[in-house]
Design a protein around this ligand. Sequence first.
Ligand SMILES: Nc1ncnc2c1ncn2[C@@H]1O[C@H](COP(=O)(O)OP(=O)(O)OP(=O)(O)O)[C@@H](O)[C@H]1O
Length: 196
Amino acid sequence: MISVQNITVRFGEKEVLHHFSLQLPERGIVGLSGPSGCGKTTLLRVLAGLQRPDEGTAVLPGPVTMLFQEDRLLPWRTAEEHLTDVLPRGRRQEAAHWLALVELTGEEHARPAQLSGGMRRRLALARALACGGGLFLLDEPFTGVDRDRAKRILTRMRELSVPILLSGHEPELLALCQSVVWLDGPPLRLVPPPAP
Ligand SMILES: Nc1ncnc2c1ncn2[C@@H]1O[C@H](COP(=O)(O)OP(=O)(O)OP(=O)(O)O)[C@@H](O)[C@H]1O
């Protein structure tokens, strides 16, 4: 079971997470939302093992895959190569599948500079999903992606049946999540998604 128990994170005088606990299901997409600066990235970083909490523990039985807010693409690699670089040797033919999932079919040979901001974001998402295993931590995966396209991609991601914690602000996307964690400062609430 993936969980954080009673974690507190401080940056100097600023307490960002306060005795926060969360258990994630074995599969399915959980949304993470709240105002800018409330601690979403900090929580994802704790789960990824990149930020040590001042108090409490994070329990992660397996590997994690993190999509950062920045795309972190390689300017000299094509879209297809971003996928084949992370896929194991015997699964490289899956590149087309992951590009199709994020609606980048036809852009196989484009380098990041030849893609729009939303296309680069989708490529970064495809790479994260392709290289994954374990828990996926996706920090605002749909920045710059139009809402209808993001909804279609998220619907396909639901079918992957893997555990995903995804931060975002868009209500229509959060409505497609299995549940939503709202970080709005203490008290923190775990609530069902709003009706579509
Ligand atoms: N390394 C750091 N040093 C000092 N303060 C930090 C650090 N990282 C984050 N913070 C502070 O912690 C708070 C939470 O930041 P965080 O990035 O987790 O917010 P967020 O909810 O992801 O915001 P956004 O939606 O804008 O991405 C902010 O007030 C931020 O200034």
